[in-house]
Design a protein around this ligand. Structure first.
Ligand code: 26Q
Length: 710
C-alpha cells in the first residue's frame, strides 16, 4: 500500500494498467477516477482488517433515517486519511488534476435537505468521536429529482445516480432480510399465552448495500451506512407464476416490489398519505431492526434483556417511528417476551428527534390503509394506545384535552408523532428556541406527562466537510494563524478572536473571499453560462423553496432596490449579486411560482441598462451538497429570513457563518444561538420574535401596542 508520493504514483499507474488495461495517455477522466477509487478502497480494506481484531463490544448506535445526503465521498476519504496533498501532487506530476476526477463522482441525492444532511453529518461525527454509530436507510434507485431551469421554470429530471454504478457501496446479499406486508393475523392460546401468527402475507427481500463512513484522523474507526434495496424473494421473477404462463402477474409483482426502493419522496407534507411511502417506512425499519437483532444474537449474548444497554436506535423525525412497534413485535412474537418487558426494552432503546412545529407536516396515516398493509403492527399500536390512555385516565382524570391531544389513534388516523413520543425515552428539538416551542406549545400536554423526556440538541454541521474541505484557502489561512487543532475541535476557532484587528490577517481573509467568489463564478459560467462579477457583493439565499423561508420577501426587497435605482441610479452605492438556489417540491405550486418570479426579475434587471451594472439576480440550478460546497465559501451575505418560529433550526446558517459570511436574519431556529455567539458585527437581525409571531397567529392583530423590534 502506498505511503508517500512516489509509491502512490507507482500504485496508481499500476491500477490503471493492470486493473483497467488502460495506459495513462488513453485514460478518460472516468478511468482515472475509477483507478483512484480502487486505491482508496484498498486502503480502507487494510484499515478494516486491522479494526476487525479490535472489534469492540461497546454500545452500538443506529441512526434510522429515510434520508441521508452524504455528498461526494472521494475527497472526504482523502482528507480523512490525510492524503489529499500527497495524492493531488502525485497526480499533478502525472498531468492529472484531482479536481477533474472529483467531478466524476455522483452526489447521491438521497434526501430533501436539512434533515438528510444532518443525518450524514451525524454519521461523520460519530465516526470521528469513535462512537460505533451506523446509518440505516433506503437505497433509492432515484434520488431527489435533478432541477433544470427552462424558460425560468423548474423542470424535474430523474436523478439516475446509479447509472455508472456507485463505487463505494458493497452489496451484502448474505445479510438480506425478509419483510412481510399485508395478510391477516391469526391468534391462538398457547400455554395460557395469546400467540399471534401472521399469515397470507406478501414478502419482500431487503438487500443491504453498505457505504463506509470513515473517521477523520483515526482511520481504524470505520462505521457503516446501510441502505436497503427491495427485491423479490424469488430472484429475478416469480418463476412459479412465470412457468404457469402468468407472465403479467409475475412481472407486475416484481415491479410492485421494486417500487418500494425506487424513488425518494419529495418533502411535500401536504400531500402525504400515500401507501407506497408507508411501505417504504416499514420496509427499512423492519429490515434494519431485523439485521440489528440478528447481529446482536451473533455476538453470543443469549438474552435480549440486555438489548437496550447494548443498542441505541435513533428515530430521525417520525418517518422511521415504526421502529417502536416493530421492536415490540420482534421481542414478543419472535422472542416470546411479555408485553411489559418488551415495552421497557423498546422505550429504553428508542430516542426521537422532531424537526418541525408545523401542524400540516405532522405525519398521520388513515387507519384503514395502515391496517391493511401492516396488520400486526397495527394491533400493537392499538395496544400501545390503549395502555397509554389507561395510564392517562389514572393521572389526568380531570383533563380531557390532555387525553385528546396525546392519543395515537384519533379521527380515523394513526398519529405518528404521538407514537414517537410515547415510545421513546428521549425527545429532542433541534435548537433551543424550537425545543422551547415544542415544550410550551406543540407538545405541552406531553411535557406535563413526560417532562423528563424532553431535551434540546441544537443542530450542528461537520466543519471538516463545510470548512476544512470546501474552503481550502481559508483553512490554510486559519491553520497558519492558530495552528491545526481546530480541525479536530471546532471550538478552537475562537482563537481567531485574537486576530480581529490584525490588518495583514484581515487583508488575507478578504483575498481568500475574493478568490472563492472567483471560483464560484468560474463554475457558474461553465455550468450555466452566466457571468458573475466577483467584485460585487454576493448576497445568497440557498435552501429549499418554501413560503416560511420567505424567498419572496427577499425578492420584494430586490424589487424595492431596483425601483429605487431606476429613479435614482446613485442609490446603489455598491454592486450587488443576489444569488438564489433551491428546489421546490414538484407539487408545490407556490414555491414553483417563486422560482419563476426570481428568474423573471433576473431577466428584467439584466435587460435594463440603467441598473444592470450594479444589480444582478441569478438562480443557480440544482442546489445540492456539492453546489453548497462551492457556494458557502463564496458568500458575503447569508440570508436566513424565515418567519420566526417556523424554521426548526436551519443548518445552512451555520455553514455560511463558518465560511465568513455576514448573516441577515430573523430570530428563528439556531439563528438565535448564532446571534448570541457571534455578536452584532456579524449578524443583522430584523422582524418579530417567535413569541410575537405565535401570539399574532393565535389572537390576530398585533400582540401589544408597544411592539418592540429586536
Ligand atoms: C413527509 C411526508 C411525505 C413525503 C415527504 C415528507 C418529508 C420529507 C422530508 C417531510 C419533511 C422532510 C424534511 C424536513 C427537513 O429537512 N426539516 C429540516 O430539518 C433540519 C434539520 O433538523 C432543520 O435544520 C430545518 O429547520 C428543518 O426544516
Amino acid at each position: 500500500m502506498f505511503t508517500d508520493k512516489e509509491s502512490f504514483k507507482q500504485a496508481y499507474l499500476m491500477k490503471l494498467i493492470e486493473g483497467e488495461g488502460i495506459n495513462l495517455n488513453d485514460a478518460t477522466h472516468w478511468d482515472q477516477f475509477v483507478a483512484l477509487v480502487i486505491l482508496v478502497k484498498e486502503k480502507m480494506s487494510y484499515y478494516r482488517a486491522i479494526n476487525q481484531n479490535s472489534m469492540s463490544q461497546g454500545k452500538q448506535v443506529y441512526y434510522f433515517s429515510m434520508e441521508f445526503l452524504i455528498g461526494r465521498l472521494l475527497l472526504n476519504y482523502l482528507v480523512n486519511f490525510k492524503i489529499e496533498d500527497l495524492v493531488r501532487e502525485g497526480l499533478a506530476e502525472l498531468n492529472i488534476n484531482l479536481d477533474d476526477l472529483l467531478e466524476q463522482e455522483a452526489d447521491p441525492g438521497l434526501g430533501n435537505g436539512g434533515l438528510g444532511r444532518l443525518a450524514a453529518c451525524f454519521l461523520d461525527s460519530m465516526a470521528f468521536l469513535g462512537i460505533e454509530g451506523h446509518g440505516n436507510g433506503i437505497r433509492y434507485k432515484y434520488g431527489l429529482f435533478e432541477q433544470k431551469i427552462v424558460a425560468g421554470n423548474q423542470v424535474e429530471v430523474a436523478d439516475n445516480w446509479l447509472k455508472n454504478g456507485y463505487p463505494w457501496e458493497i452489496r451484502k446479499q448474505n445479510r438480506a432480510v425478509v419483510v412481510k406486508f399485508k395478510g391477516n393475523i391469526r391468534t391462538e392460546q398457547n400455554e395460557g399465552r395469546l400467540t399471534f401468527y401472521h399469515e397470507n402475507y406478501e414478502q419482500v427481500l431487503a438487500v443491504p448495500y453498505d457505504v463506509p463512513i470513515l473517521s477523520y484522523e483515526n482511520c481504524s474507526y470505520i462505521n457503516n451506512l446501510r441502505l436497503w434495496s427491495a427485491e423479490t424473494t424469488c430472484g429475478e421473477l416469480d418463476l412459479v407464476c412465470f412457468n404457469r404462463g402468468e407472465f403479467n402477474q409475475a412481472t407486475s409483482f416484481k415491479s410492485e416490489v421494486e417500487a418500494i426502493s425506487y424513488i425518494l419522496y419529495p418533502d411535500d407534507s401536504s400531500r402525504a398519505g400515500r401507501e407506497l411511502r408507508l411501505k417504504q417506512e416499514y420496509f427499512f425499519v423492519a429490515a434494519g431492526l431485523g439485521s440489528i437483532v440478528r447481529s446482536y444474537k451473533k455476538k453470543g449474548i443469549n438474552s435480549l434483556q440486555e438489548f437496550s444497554r447494548r443498542v441505541a436506535v435513533h428515530i430521525n423525525d417520525t418517518h422511521p417511528v415504526l421502529c417502536i412497534p416493530e421492536l415490540m413485535r420482534i421481542l414478543m412474537d419472535e422472542e416470546g417476551m411479555g408485553w411489559d418487558e418488551s415495552w421497557n426494552i423498546t422505550v429504553n432503546t428508542m430516542s426521537f428527534t422532531n424537526h418541525t412545529i408545523m401542524p400540516e407536516a405532522m405525519e398521520k396515516w388513515p387507519i384503514d390503509l395502515f391496517k391493511g398493509l401492516l396488520p400486526r403492527i397495527y394491533l400493537i399500536i392499538e395496544e400501545i394506545d390503549r395502555r397509554f390512555k389507561e395510564s392517562l385516565v389514572r393521572k389526568f382524570l380531570d383533563n380531557e384535552e390532555v387525553v385528546r391531544n396525546t392519543q395515537i389513534l384519533k379521527d380515523g388516523y394513526v398519529w405518528m408523532v404521538n407514537l414517537a413520543i410515547i415510545g421513546s425515552s428521549s425527545v429532542n428539538g433541534v435548537a433551543k428556541l424550537h425545543t422551547e416551542i415544542l415544550k410550551e406549545e406543540v407538545f405541552k400536554e406531553y411535557n406535563r406527562i413526560f417532562g423528563y423526556k424532553f431535551n434540546n440538541k441544537t443542530n450542528g454541521v461537520n466543519h471538516r466537510r463545510f470548512l476544512l474541505t470546501a474552503n481550502p484557502k481559508l483553512s490554510r489561512l486559519i491553520t497558519d494563524a492558530i495552528g491545526p487543532s481546530w480541525k479536530e475541535e471546532a471550538g478552537e476557532l475562537q482563537k481567531l478572536h485574537g486576530l480581529k484587528n490584525d490588518r495583514s490577517f484581515l487583508e488575507q481573509l478578504a483575498k481568500v473571499k475574493y478568490e472563492n467568489k472567483c471560483r464560484l463564478a468560474e463554475r457558474v459560467k461553465t455550468k450555466q453560462g452566466i457571468d458573475l462579477d466577483p467584485l460585487s457583493i454576493f448576497d445568497v439565499q440557498v435552501k429549499r423553496i418554501h413560503a416560511y423561508k420567505r424567498q419572496l420577501l427577499n425578492v420584494l426587497k430586490i424589487m424595492h432596490l431596483y425601483n429605487k435605482a431606476i429613479n435614482d441610479p446613485e442609490s446603489l452605492t455598491t454592486s450587488h449579486t443576489f444569488i438564489f438556489g433551491g428546489k421546490a417540491a414538484p407539487g408545490y405550486h407556490y414555491a414553483k411560482t417563486v422560482i419563476k418570479l426570481i428568474n423573471a426579475l433576473s431577466q428584467k434587471i439584466e435587460h435594463d441598462p440603467k441598473v444592470n451594472q450594479k444589480l444582478k439576480v441569478v438562480f443557480l440550478e440544482n442546489f445540492n451538497v456539492t453546489q453548497g460546497e462551492f457556494i458557502y465559501p463564496a458568500a458575503d451575505i447569508s440570508e436566513q429570513i424565515s418567519t420566526a418560529s417556523k424554521e426548526a433550526s436551519g443548518t445552512g446558517n451555520m455553514k455560511f457563518m463558518m465560511n465568513g459570511a455576514l448573516t441577515l436574519g430573523t430570530l428563528d431556529g439556531a439563528n438565535v444561538e448564532i446571534n448570541e455567539a457571534v455578536g452584532k458585527d456579524n449578524i443583522f437581525i430584523f422582524g418579530l420574535t417567535a413569541e410575537q409571531v405565535l401570539h399574532y397567529t393565535r389572537y390576530g392583530g398585533m400582540p401589544t401596542p408597544t411592539l418592540e423590534r429586536v
